[in-house]
Design a protein around this ligand. Structure first.
Ligand SMILES: NC(=O)NCCC(=O)O
Ligand SMILES: [Zn+2]
Ligand SMILES: [Zn+2]
Length: 468
């Protein structure tokens, strides 16, 4: 078993900031020691690796609880495999992902889960877990939910959008929520009124409105708010918690805030794209806007201030990426002449820690809140805490040494995601990952990837640890 010491850094967790040495034995953190205590020196005599973090932050590895490696969508597949996507995550200081296994209608949850386990097994650079997308709510799949919770797949995504693909109606949603209330599962909701959106898509296309910007117009903020409200009320009736994914509209946030003010276990995440990008990007000339097509869609810029506020008040509890990359060439281009055929999703798994840190630099959130949103709360929400999401004795040694002063310019030329464009091309941010450890192993150092596929292990998760 190898020993590692990280010396003299500012250790930041959701709860504390302290100058400390971090002592790691094998895959686990064993202690945090005051630099003047002498503990690190004696530990270091037997240590294989001593890392100096002077002037830098020492952070828990990021937990990205919403990614889609290899997701089939609109006749194509998300361009990152588990190998390339988890490697890119590591480059950006994320050491855990929770991806979505997919149950295709007509198949069982088990078949879907087995297929996704096979895609990920032996491929990942960092640890990974799975949520289950329920393509169909039937008596059989409802029963399977119990088994999956017991196997560490303790969260289930349902869709109020995409009729004919993943869509569940209110009765199906209620049944799944009742089941979750019983077995401790957490229902994750894609909250958009897909039936109404499909009418608006048809009408827009009939008017000849085919450009990417119309994707944002038909997926109206009111239809996100309406679905969010409905999901929360259904959850209340079922007596289950609900987690709204990829929230982008201020109106939807208001629904979550209102429910939370009334003590409801309603939670929501947003994503960096909604904090930094807008309908202006969807309206870029030519077909450039297709690079920004995702659902829920980007909103007008004024929504961003509301989302940052939600992150401060905890009406938004998590920042995930919803990483779902499609190349511009050959994939986004499937929607040339018809915005509804553009595969939905943006690349982002590599940049979440940096883009949120930019929120610290800009005075939007504190350093501890940064770690709470990106590491601790996602770990708690999805049953991984304190193994993941913090630096404490007994935690996995998933640790990032972060330079808060370094400047970097984001670009497709330099990113590691398997996609031919960057949503943030040319954007300069302050802060950069220096060193990343995954379960005690250095996987990124001196601008070099030192990890390997297969290092990442499957995480059997507990149920949600975040209920009020
Ligand atoms: N969000 C998105 O546009 N694509 C990924 C699938 C989903 O999360 O709905
Ligand atoms: Zn979704
Ligand atoms: Zn998603």
């Amino acid at each position: 078993m190898s020993r590692t010491v990280i010396r003299n850094g500012l250790v930041i967790t959701a709860a504390d900031e302290l100058l400390a040495d971090v002592l790691i034995d094998g895959e686990k953190v064993v202690a945090l020691a005051a630099p003047e205590s002498g503990l690190a020196e004696s530990f270091a005599t037997g240590a294989d690796t001593v890392l100096d973090a002077t002037g830098r932050y020492v952070l828990p590895g990021g937990v990205d609880c919403h990614t889609h490696m290899e997701l089939p969508f609109g006749g194509t597949f998300a361009a990152d495999t588990f190998e390339t996507g988890t490697r890119a995550a590591a480059w950006g200081g994320t050491t855990t992902i929770v991806d979505f296994a997919v149950q295709t209608p007509g198949m069982s949850l088990r078949e879907g889960l087995d297929a996704w386990q096979a895609k990920a097994d032996g491929q990942c650079a960092i640890d990974y877990g799975f949520h289950m997308i329920m393509g169909e709510v039937t008596p059989h799949t409802l029963k399977e939910m119990d088994q999956l919770v017991g196997e560490g797949i303790s969260s289930f995504k349902l869709f109020m959008a995409y009729p004919g693909v993943f869509y569940s109606d209110d009765g199906q949603i209620l049944r799944a929520m009742q089941k979750a209330a019983d077995n401790g599962g957490l229902i994750m909701m894609h909250a958009e009124n897909g039936i109404a959106i499909d009418v608006l898509i048809e009408q827009a296309l009939q008017r000849g409105e085919t450009d990417p910007r119309y994707h944002g117009q038909v997926r109206h903020a009111f239809l996100e708010a309406e679905a969010t409200h409905r999901a929360i009320q259904l959850a209340r009736v079922a007596g289950a918690p609900v987690y709204i994914v990829h929230l982008s509209a201020a109106e939807a946030l208001a629904e979550v805030a209102r429910a939370r003010d009334n003590g409801v276990n309603a939670f929501a995440e947003t994503c960096p794209q909604y904090l930094y990008l807008s309908t202006e990007d969807l309206a870029r000339p030519g077909f450039e806007g297709s690079k920004y097509v995702c659902s829920t869609p980007l909103r007008p810029e004024q929504h961003q201030a509301e989302l940052w506020k939600g992150l401060r008040t905890n009406d938004l509890s998590v920042v995930s990426t919803d990483h779902c990359p499609f190349c511009f060439k050959g994939q986004k281009e499937l929607g040339l002449g018809d915005f509804s055929k553009i595969p939905n999703g943006l690349p982002g798994v590599e940049h979440r820690m940096d883009l949120l840190h930019q929120g610290v630099v800009d005075g939007q959130i504190s350093r501890k809140r940064w770690i709470e949103l990106a590491c601790a709360t996602p770990a708690r929400m999805f049953g991984l805490y304190p193994r993941k999401g913090t630096i404490a004795p007994g935690s996995d040694a998933d640790v990032v040494i972060y330079d808060p002063k370094a400047r970097q310019t984001l670009s497709a030329e330099t990113h590691h995601m398997n996609v031919d464009y960057s949503c943030y091309e040319g954007k300069t941010v302050t802060g950069k990952v220096d060193v990343v450890l995954s379960r005690g192993k250095v996987v990124i150092s001196e601008n070099t990837y030192l990890g390997h596929k297969g290092h990442g292990s499957f995480l059997k998760r507990d149920t949600c640890q975040y209920l009020v």
